[in-house]
Design a protein around this ligand. Structure first.
Ligand SMILES: Nc1ncnc2c1ncn2[C@@H]1O[C@H](COP(=O)(O)OP(=O)(O)OP(=O)(O)O)[C@@H](O)[C@H]1O
Ligand SMILES: [Mg+2]
Length: 318
């Protein structure tokens, strides 16, 4: 078992905007060195607000942030230097060249010039051929690559990616995830937000779910899927059924595909799933099937359920 070293510690974090809108309340979160953490939540949940506070763009109304032992308030520069941010909204110096803007970014954090490092960075992001182009001449996807190069220019230990793959093409998405994996291999900690839950499912070690400014869940991804996971068993029947037979009423079965499929939903963690007994009873009844498959509920199913529940609970409390 590997020892977990906290690299980012957030405690009691709250944000109320001037408008009076409470965007975050009492958020506690510890991120460990080298992990990929996905922050999920619907539009307006507070994801960007959380990231913006850690990156010093928005000031917190309450709470503390510690980055690798550096207090965010007292020791801001040291804390910020360890962080790279690829923001949700793209904004770059339109008239600068790719090379100049990325090199300048590195300088901003007080890192010594390192042309070989910058060259490798631009090559990794397929930007080397564009190094002399002005940012405003680039396509949206290329601009996003520049934002990533800027975020990595000072070799941060923690990288925030706020909706990195919203509206990007397949190739950039693939490059992005390859880059994330290789950064992780080098020990960089990655915190990302995404609306593509299957991405979080594929990439993240842990996930956090935020809803209406509250962090309602933080869990290892695999444990979460296992714990909350339900499975469905689908049987393709040899002969279609008009209705679920009385004898099968004790199992939660439904007919689908115009009676050609019998679908049984069960708790995969339960001691008795009911699958063997259902199959035995069907065989006793002479109901034959040609094929069967089982499907585990995805992170997406779990996420939608959670956000829905927490929304309902908060409305009741209000
Ligand atoms: N500068 C601001 N002033 C007032 N309210 C704000 C400000 N910035 C954000 N908000 C509000 O705070 C809430 C959280 O916004 P935030 O951008 O953090 O959400 P998000 O989870 O990143 O959403 P999305 O998935 O759409 O990016 C929203 O209701 C938003 O309207
Ligand atoms: Mg956002």
């Amino acid at each position: 078992m590997t020892v977990m070293t906290p690299v980012l510690e957030i405690s009691g974090l709250g944000k109320t905007y001037k408008s009076g809108h409470v965007a975050l309340s009492a958020v506690d979160l510890t991120i460990n060195k080298g992990e990929i953490f996905a922050l999920l939540g619907p539009n307006g949940a507070g994801k960007t607000t959380l990231i913006s506070i850690v990156c010093g763009i928005v000031t917190a109304s309450s709470g503390t942030v510690t980055v690798a032992g550096h207090d965010h308030g007292r020791d801001y520069r040291a804390a910020r230097t360890m962080i790279g941010l690829v923001p949700q909204e793209l904004h770059t110096d339109a008239f600068e060249t790719v090379m100049a803007t990325v090199s300048f970014s590195r300088g901003l954090f007080g890192k010594p010039r390192d042309p070989a490092f910058i060259e490798q960075l631009l090559r990794d992001l397929s930007l080397w051929d564009k190094r002399g182009s002005k940012i405003m001449e680039l396509s949206g996807g290329m601009k996003r690559r520049v934002m990533i190069a800027k975020a990595l220019s000072h070799e941060p230990e923690i990288l925030f990616l706020d909706e990195p793959t919203a509206g990007v093409d397949v190739e950039l998405r693939r490059d992005m995830w390859n880059m994330v994996r290789s950064l992780r291999e080098r020990g960089v900690t990655i915190i990302l937000t995404t609306h593509y839950i299957e991405e979080a499912e594929e990439m993240a070690d842990r996930v956090g779910v935020i809803s209406k400014g509250r962090l309602i869940l933080v869990e290892e991804k695999n444990a979460l899927i296992k714990k909350m996971g339900r499975k469905t068993l689908t049987l393709n029947l040899a002969e279609p059924l008009g209705a679920v037979p009385e004898e099968l009423a004790q199992w939660k079965v439904e007919l689908a595909a115009e009676g050609h499929e019998l679908v049984y939903e069960f708790d995969s963690q339960a001691e008795a799933t009911g699958v063997p007994s259902l199959l035995r009873r069907m065989s006793d009844l002479g109901i034959q099937f040609k094929d069967l498959n089982t499907k585990q509920s995805s992170l997406e199913d779990i996420f939608v359920g959670l956000v829905h529940e927490s929304g309902a609970a908060q409305e009741q409390a209000a």
